[in-house]
Design a binder for this molecule. Sequence first.
Ligand code: AMP
Ligand code: GLY
Length: 430
Amino acid sequence: MRVLVIGSGGREHALAWSISRSPLLTKLYAAPGNPGIAQVATCLPIAVDDGDSLVRAARDYSIDLVVVGPEAPLAAGLVDRLAAQGIAAFGPTQAAAQLESSKAWAKQFMAKYAIPTANYRTFQDYQEAVSYVQNCSFPLVIKVSGLAAGKGAVIVPDLAQAEATLRSMLVEQGFGAAGQEVVIEDFLQGQEVTVLALVKGQEYLLLPAAQDHKQVFDGDQGPNTGGMGVYSPVPAFTPQLEQEVIRSILQPTLRGLEEEGIYYSGVLYLGLMLTELGPKVIEYNVRFGDPETQVILPRLGGDVLELLAACSFPATTGVRSLAEQQVLLKEEACASVIMAAPGYPGTYPKGLPISGLEQAEAAGCIVFHAGTKREGERLVSSGGRILAVTALGDDLKEALQRAYEGVARIHIPGAHYRHDIGHKALCCIK
Ligand code: AMP
Ligand code: GLY
């Protein structure tokens, strides 16, 4: 099978790394890829938003399966365009991608199909939104409706900050078009967990749960980021909770999509809060999580490419259907620590020299590249999240120790990372 992975982050490196191990693979391409991905794939210099060139490349290189990593091309309809040319892709169509590309749409969908989530209202007008929050109790959560790379949700502790946040979104338009509409919702308390389901219509297979750490500083302090570290499995996510999520969230979501006349295929990301009243949806995403993918895929024992191909649209021939496959899990736990540029998630420098990757790998880590590029012979940073330093271990403690040993061996001037990845799980396992 000839495969093209779209994207250039740590998630796509993890996807390419897994796909490259498949006996079904004959040739792997990535667009645009990154220096880590280049170790296992041929990188094509095509940007993820250049739909014309991506479709042309898929045709010219006789690609059997396009695996779309990020949300933006899905929301822009890349899968619809590939399908129109008869090219199979892993990822939902533009209509199905609304689950992520419009939080207002997703909330309305959840209300219609009684899927547990925080109570909410949506607003486009600043004054109306302010009048509403004047009568709310705090904290509250204010989110831009459109795509914001994980940074569009703000937890506001009081009225003054609610007004300031609404002003920055609706008046100053700090998030551009994505922030023309906002969702204001109740604050949910509990542990967060990410559950990914491989989906083809009404068929699904769950992948192991992971827990991300969205806030930038230790102890869940500071602004939200794309994700600062992650681990899997998640002890707080018991088999009973998994059954409840399937029954009260996943199945109603798939049935609701069908009733809306929307066909879903690819991976469905359920961002959940485990509240006292049961699991509730914080958000849907329509693609793999980043950095969740970096710990979920290394835990899988089977052929990842065959699983992805079974979910493709249009269907890929010659692979077993999703119903005939299962998710084979290794016994090991996995942890990943993100090394980020100084200043991230605010403004940050690029071009920082990176060294010590071989030493981290010698310590048993898999170093997924998230924001890197080559400058001549040198490897330098090109993004806010630079590396996802990942390790498997017999248990979570060992996986974390190994990942942090890797981090200690890598040098990036001024880089920062969280020191408490996995702590919530460690204190309940002991
Ligand atoms: P979102 O952009 O919807 O994924 O939100 C980003 C992050 O903000 C989530 O991962 C949570 O940590 C936090 N968050 C979002 N909505 C809520 C909520 N209703 N209650 C508590 N925390 C939330
Ligand atoms: N890790 C959060 C996300 O992928 O949206």
